[in-house]
Write a protein that binds this ligand. Structure first.
Ligand code: GLU
Length: 320
């Protein structure tokens, strides 16, 4: 648990009979790389929370991290209080499946979901890559360990009966490094499970002639049909330079999660800060523009709702 109370300080004040300074509590939100959207999710939530610190004494920080898996593990270890995680990894962490086999995190709690995240493949235009299958034999950045895209990539490869070994190179660069590597011709393609539009793919497509690639076929259809946390996804054309056509892939949702060890009033305060300032929140990133309260409190959530979030949603009449 990372909530540091200034209990000793307050207790000392109380002893002297001075009006106790309100206890300040610090919460940490795990995000992702600085060029992604999770970083903006965390920063935006903290910005809204910190506007009310004088009232609730909660102070929020949202450092850059390795992504979904790193965030879930940090919450589990008590190193972070909350974090952003892909809906597929929320599911697996809570249920003890896939990478979390034998290691279920039963205290994992859902707070809300955020934007959709298409599994996004970007290839150099000169690499001869038209569909996901064309990646085999090429140099591919499969993502940093701890990231959601790396873990989801492993699932996709497994579903196709393939592995990293089927690439000429499988590099593990972070999101903030991979666009430059594509531009420098160090890799032929990069992958990123991420909301659109975002700075990272913008950088990739503006530094080199690069194309978003379709991720389709029988293995993908089976993954989508068999698993509630995947859905077909379209990345609209026109978002990035040189990419005027829609691209078909599959995707997940970004979700906001915490642990049942985090006190109800903390989660309640964070959730209130977001939904009492919802228009402001939606204005903080283009990937948030179409969010609705209804979808955010249901879609992509597989762990139980945290009681602090549930309380707020009940008060608003959004759930029974
Ligand atoms: N989906 C990515 C992950 O789980 C992060 C995307 C982002 O930072 O926006 O690691």
């Amino acid at each position: 648990m990372n909530i540091i109370t200034k209990a000793a300080f307050a207790a000392a004040l109380a002893c002297t009979g001075t009006v106790a300074a309100a206890q300040e509590r610090f919460i940490t939100i795990g995000t992702g790389g600085q060029t992604g959207v999770y970083f903006v999710v965390g920063q935006s939530i903290c910005r809204l929370v910190n506007r009310g610190t004088a009232d609730h004494n909660l102070k929020c920080t949202a450092p850059s991290t390795g992504g979904s898996i790193a965030n879930i593990n940090a919450i589990k270890a008590g190193d972070m209080d909350m974090g952003v995680a892909q809906s597929d990894w929320q599911y697996h962490a809570y249920n003890g499946s896939s990478q979390f086999e034998g290691d279920a995190f039963d205290k994992l709690r859902a707070v809300f979901s955020v934007h959709g995240e298409p599994f996004t493949v970007v290839a150099r235009a000169d690499a001869g890559i038209e569909n996901f299958d064309d990646l085999f034999g090429k140099r591919v950045n499969v993502g940093n360990p701890g990231s959601g895209q790396r873990a989801t990539m492993d699932v996709v490869l497994g579903a196709m009966g393939k592995s990293d070994g089927d690439f000429a190179l499988a590099s593990e660069l972070k999101p903030a490094e991979q666009s430059a590597a594509l531009g420098d011709n160090k890799v032929d393609a990069i992958i990123y499970t991420v909301g659109h539009p975002n700075g990272s793919i913008q950088e990739a497509t503006s530094t080199v002639d690069a194309r978003l690639v379709n991720v389709t076929g029988d293995a993908i259809d089976t993954l989508v049909n068999d698993n509630p946390y995947y859905a077909k996804a379209t990345i609209p054309g026109g978002l990035y330079k040189g990419n005027d056509d829609d691209v078909t892939t599959f995707g997940v949702k970004a979700t906001f999660v915490t642990s049942s060890d985090v006190p109800d009033d903390v989660v309640y305060t964070v959730v209130s800060a977001v939904f009492e300032n919802f228009d402001r929140f939606k204005g903080l990133h283009p990937a948030f523009a179409n969010l609705t309260e209804e979808e955010m409190i249901s879609g992509g959530l597989s762990a139980p709702l945290h009681p602090g979030a549930e309380k707020y949603y009940k008060e608003r009449g959004w759930i029974e």
